[in-house]
Ligand binder design. Structure first.
Ligand code: ATP
Ligand code: MG
Length: 466
């Protein structure tokens, strides 16, 4: 998949051993040929916002063949995967940088992919861009800025505004609707009323987009800094119905006295509240889908209240089908589904067996589940924090015990290891013991074989693998 301005070779350079060119050399090569070079898009926007380090993208009047020739002359690593869209990737100062020929593209209405035409001026190129905050250019040689649509003002006012007539622009490429909502979430910006109106009028066209493009935008939106804002915009514009129709029944699905909001409001609050830790993607998606089963299972209880018996079971099935439709990777989808399935688990923290069973079911995701349970509780009418703290402490205790048990199988004790290697105590002991213990568990080391254990420990320490 290749979107305008976004390509698979994005990101910092890994250790490929390639030699990049310097920005100064690149500029000089373009200048020598009398070519224009403009810094455009996200880099300028982010700099105005005080966010440093965004990838610099460039626009130029040189055609892709010439850009490629320039890069090859400089001996720079080049990628041409985006060439038919006008983009050449060049490694500049160690980062992949995109240089795109001016656009003057025409879109075939209803097509899944934009059809590209090249333009002749930076002004024409900027007029083809999606939002004013993304349509500022800076001359790479002189620093002169061109801001034809009031982009800098909109950055200052934190506004997403379409360039030109919103509905027309969204009809040309309906992905822009989702991009606008994604930027609102990522940047914490407000969508300007006419732009929002244009989104509403064209939201149905989201159905004509390829699933990959839609999923990529939803995913980035959900991982933004204000996902609640993005989710509410999805609902408000009607884009929810076309991008995530499975979630629509949550809207207006009333709950019971344990809840402050309907299922949708509660879902948004949970996404907003979840502590993402180092599992931003997993936890945000799990929060979004944890109550997906509720509308389908809602039933009146004898006391007249709504009940949601087994909603986590039905929800897990619905979540699996949804993630499959979105083309999520299998492993990631499985983890999300597992969290949905188990979010009602409530083991007794004082019962070690129950806690162990809980942890085993979660297959390494108990911390993620606890984060979900805490966030879920944030918009309940009761406070379960004390229970969650106790459960967390119990899980940590089990984890510590298991690590100790594992280390206890090591043929060499900590004292013996220190004596053999003449090293002071430290975390290295636990690591060596864990390795030795797992070899014992795997049957590769006899439990009493201290000699072999010492040999293996020496290798580990020498190779600095522990
Ligand atoms: P980020 O890289 O942080 O997501 P960005 O603004 O750089 O933000 P890209 O997707 O990299 O976003 O696109 C680069 C630029 O290309 C945008 O700033 C915008 O000017 C333009 N652009 C990208 N996609 C579209 C589109 N579908 N329609 C119009 N212009 C677009
Ligand atoms: Mg970009």
């Amino acid at each position: 998949m290749l979107e305008r301005g976004r390509s698979p070779f994005r990101g910092a350079l890994c250790h490929t051993g390639l030699v990049s060119v310097s920005r100064a050399d690149l500029l000089e090569a373009f200048r020598r040929r009398g070519r224009q070079l403009w810094v455009v898009g996200g880099a300028i926007r982010d700099r105005l916002l005080g966010i440093a380090g965004s990838d610099a993208d460039y626009a130029t009047d040189a055609l892709p063949d010439e850009v490629e020739a320039i890069a090859r002359e400089l001996g720079a690593p080049v990628t041409t995967v985006g060439k038919k869209y006008g983009t050449i990737g060049i490694l500049v100062d160690g980062r992949w940088t995109e240089i795109t020929t001016f656009r003057g593209e025409s879109y075939t209405a209803g097509s899944r992919w934009p059809d590209v035409r090249f333009g002749t001026s930076i002004e024409e190129d900027l007029a083809r861009r999606d939002f004013t905050v993304n349509a500022i250019a800076e001359n790479a040689f002189t620093g002169e800025q061109i801001d034809l649509f009031g982009g800098a003002e909109d950055v200052a006012a934190r506004i997403i505004r379409a360039v030109g007539d919103p509905a027309t622009r969204f009809r040309e490429d309906p992905l822009r609707i989702l991009r606008g909502i994604r930027f609102a979430s990522q940047l914490g910006f407000t969508i300007e009323p006419r732009t929002l109106e244009g989104m509403r009028a064209t939201a149905h066209l989201i159905e004509t987009l390829s699933q990959e493009r839609v999923t990529a935008e939803l995913d980035r939106m959900l991982q933004g800094r204000e996902p609640a804002r993005g989710l509410e915009y999805l609902r408000e514009t009607g884009a929810l119905r076309y991008a995530l129709p499975e979630l629509e029944p949550m809207v207006g699905c009333e709950q019971n006295r344990f809840h402050k909001f309907d299922v949708w409001g509660h879902t948004v609050a949970t996404v907003d509240a979840i502590d993402v830790g180092e599992e931003r993607r997993l936890r945000r998606w799990a929060a979004l889908l944890h109550d997906l089963g509720k509308p389908a299972v809602r039933h009146p209880k004898p006391n007249g209240e709504w009940g949601f018996y087994r909603h986590e079971v039905v929800g897990a099935e619905l979540a699996a089908a949804l993630l499959d439709r979105l083309r999520f990777g299998r492993r990631e989808a499985e983890s999300v589904v597992l969290l949905v399935r188990r979010h009602m688990d409530r083991p007794d923290p004082d019962d070690p067996k129950a806690v162990r069973r809980f942890m085993a079911r979660l297959r390494g995701h108990w911390r993620d589940l606890l984060a979900l349970k805490r966030a879920d509780n944030a918009s309940h009418t009761y406070d379960d924090r004390e229970y969650h703290d106790r459960l967390e402490a119990a899980c940590e205790r089990v984890e510590r015990e298991e690590a100790e048990l594992l280390r206890a199988r090591s043929p060499l004790s900590g004292d013996e290891l220190m004596a053999i290697f003449g090293r002071p105590p430290g975390p290295w002991i636990a690591r060596v013991k864990e390795r030795l213990s797992s070899l014992v568990l795997d049957g590769e080391l006899a439990p009493g074989d201290k000699e072999a254990a010492a040999r293996i420990a020496r290798e580990l320490l020498e190779s600095q693998r522990v």
